[in-house]
Write a protein of this length. Structure first.
Length: 196
């Protein structure tokens, strides 16, 4: 499965197995939300972790004055909200998580239960940190592609921009939109050709 869509990386499989090992102590809540239900709201207090058992979720970010943008679509095995475990004080969610599919099933683990388990299981703590680190790495790659695309557009390098836009289109819808904008900007900025 494509990690960008399904999050079925070896790290997530290990974390899922570790969470299953602690299932009795963690006492997660089983959720069957409706399609389009918001599970996590950007800016709300982060107090739980979600493990997607079935279905797909969209992760969206909303910046003041701009429409919401989808930054990822995740599937079975995805773990969301892990930053709630490592924040000090009132950690807030940085994105909205919304249900895409009917029949979606999740487990919700409370922050308190997970923090207690992490105290006694260093492997669980390490896997949580690896997931956060992997997400940061993927975000950095997308940021770098966007910056390279801006640079190629500024230089008028259509060949480099085509390659960059091809990679951007493999990401979520918002990256495809960014690729379209960059290509449009290159066309607008290109000087008209004189016919001879």
């Amino acid at each position: 499965m494509d990690p960008a869509l399904g999050e079925q990386t070896p790290i997530n499989r290990r974390l899922r197995n570790l969470l299953q090992t602690h299932l009795k102590q963690l006492e997660p809540e089983l959720l069957h939300p409706e399609t389009n239900a918001v599970l996590i709201e950007q800016g709300d207090l982060a107090d739980s972790l979600l493990l997607l058992q079935q279905g797909r979720l969209t992760i969206e970010i909303h910046q003041s004055g701009n429409p919401s943008r989808t930054i990822a679509v995740v599937g079975e095995g995805a773990v969301l909200g892990e930053m709630a475990l490592f924040g000090i004080g009132e950690t807030r969610h940085s994105a909205r998580v919304r249900v895409m599919d009917a029949g979606t099933e999740l487990l919700r683990f409370s922050r308190e239960a997970l923090q207690s388990s992490i105290l006694f299981d260093a492997e669980l703590a390490a896997e949580m940190l690896l997931i956060s680190s992997e997400r940061c790495r993927n975000s950095n790659l997308m940021i770098n592609l966007l910056l390279d695309g801006i640079d190629a557009t500024t230089r008028g390098d259509a060949s480099a921009l085509a390659s960059i836009c091809s990679e951007l289109r493999q990401g979520p819808d918002s990256m495809e939109q960014a690729a379209n904008h960059l290509e449009h900007l290159l066309k607008v900025a290109a000087p008209p050709r004189l016919e001879t």
